[in-house]
Design a protein around this ligand. Structure first.
Ligand code: NAD
Length: 390
């Protein structure tokens, strides 16, 4: 393709319409991370070859143990700088017991935590989608989960995990006392709630707000802030308030009643795992972490990653399910680049490949066709070629 760079760093001109070029930085990480991110690269290559409205320039950087082995740190300042400037980050996974003896601040996970902190990625989005072909793989009856499409929006940088004081003190009588604090400001609540309302507006227009206002002051403020914002900011969205314990119960009783669920850091951690597991394997679960807008651009800083870890037990054996990583890229298409149709095409390709009976080992079922990581990636691209019609 003959492209002439124009003034805007993200914009190129051909004879035809303007083509956007988005900069994506890949952090494959450790274990199965590089294997699943390779399958995402296949999808990116497909769009770069066949799609005429956007191009994706990719750069790869080390993170986690891979970075430790080469640079002595789990992520370099140069890599963080690049991540700050990228249009989106795609992360594999980091960690392995082989780096257990490393000091706490240098452990592989510290690389990912630093990325989240430096980029202020405060909004964690975890979809729980049950592909029809996998409805029988859920722990619930197929009728309860078939077609399930929930989006959990979890506050990621405040609340119980970060508020001070957080300590264990020894009392005069020799006993120890552990303290965790939960604090939220109006600003922290309103910015995550606005994201939930914005996302619901593009979905089924329903938000469940989760807190424990019956016993927690943060719950009282959370309820107050979201109720006020609902009136002024999102009147067209149906807002329901639900206590956190009741939400867990309803998730396993009648999960399809939910569209978007918004909650604090602690409740989100628990609810997102519960919701995700309704849908089958951890190898199917994608996520996005969004931050404040990149300066001068409407698009937020964003990191996309599969929920799973490095799976050392199956690493380098062509056994990992790449669907979580590929679905994470679909989230990038939707939330970072506004390419909703392309996101839907990737998701539909995944769904079709599952309908055709292809399964990696983690989702293998009777009479299905077992494939490895590479073959699953190839099948998804082949399906994209068929349905995209570019
Ligand atoms: P894990 O998610 O790596 O593995 C749990 C189980 O699920 C294993 O049996 C594994 O084989 C299986 N599994 C995971 N992903 C799979 C996939 N895509 N396809 C098929 N099977 C898959 O969790 P773990 O075993 O608790 O952790 C292993 C390492 O990963 C640890 O070092 C941990 O710290 C790290 N970890 C990293 C992240 C991250 O980078 N975001 C997240 C979780 C765990």
């Amino acid at each position: 393709m003959n492209l002439t760079k124009s003034l805007n760093r993200n914009t190129y001109r051909t004879k035809d319409p303007i083509i956007m070029t988005y900069n994506i930085i890949l952090f494959p990480g450790d274990g199965i991370g590089p294997e699943v991110i390779s399958q995402v690269e296949r999808i990116i290559k497909f769009f770069n070859t066949r799609f005429n409205k956007a191009q994706f320039a990719i750069e790869t950087e080390l993170a986690g143990g891979a970075a430790l082995d080469v640079h002595g740190v789990p992520i370099t300042n140069a890599a963080i700088d690049k991540a700050q400037r990228a249009d989106a980050i795609l992360f594999g996974a980091v960690g392995d017991s082989k780096w257990d003896d490393i000091s706490f601040e240098l452990r592989p996970e510290a690389g990912l935590l630093r990325l989240r902190k430096d980029l202020d990625l405060f909004a964690n989005l975890r979809p729980a989608i049950c592909y029809p072909a996998l409805a029988t793989a859920s722990s619930l009856q197929p009728s309860l989960v078939e077609g399930l499409d929930i989006l959990i929006v979890r506050e990621l940088t405040g609340g119980t995990y970060f508020s001070q004081p957080k300590e264990i003190v020894t009392l005069q009588n020799g006993q120890k006392r552990a303290v965790d604090t939960t604090s939220y400001t109006t600003f922290e609540i309103s910015r995550i709630v606005k994201i939930a309302f914005n996302l619901a507006a593009k979905r089924y227009k329903k938000v469940h707000s989760v807190e424990k206002r019956n016993v927690m002051m943060t719950g009282v403020l959370w309820h107050e802030v979201i109720s006020e914002l609902h009136q002024t900011y999102a009147e067209n969205i149906e807002l329901k308030h639900i206590l956190a314990d009741s939400c867990v119960m309803q998730l396993v009783r009648q999960p399809k009643q939910f569209d978007v669920i918004v909650c604090d850091n602690l409740f989100g951690d628990i609810l997102s795992d519960a919701a995700a597991m309704l849908t089958g394997s951890v190898g199917m679960l994608s996520s996005a972490s969004l931050g404040t807008n990149i300066s001068g651009i409407e698009r937020p800083r964003a990191l996309y990653e599969p929920v799973h870890g490095t799976a050392p037990d199956i690493a380098n054996q062509d056994k990992a399910n790449p669907i979580a990583a590929v679905a994470s890229f679909a989230m990038a298409l939707r939330y970072s680049f506004g390419l909703v149709r392309e996101a839907e095409l990737v998701e539909k390709s995944i769904s079709n490949v599952l309908d055709q009976g292809y399964r990696t080992i983690d989702i293998m079922q009777d009479k299905m066709c077992k494939v490895g990581t590479n073959e699953m990636g190839q099948k998804i691209v082949k399906e994209l070629e068929t349905i995209a019609n570019y």
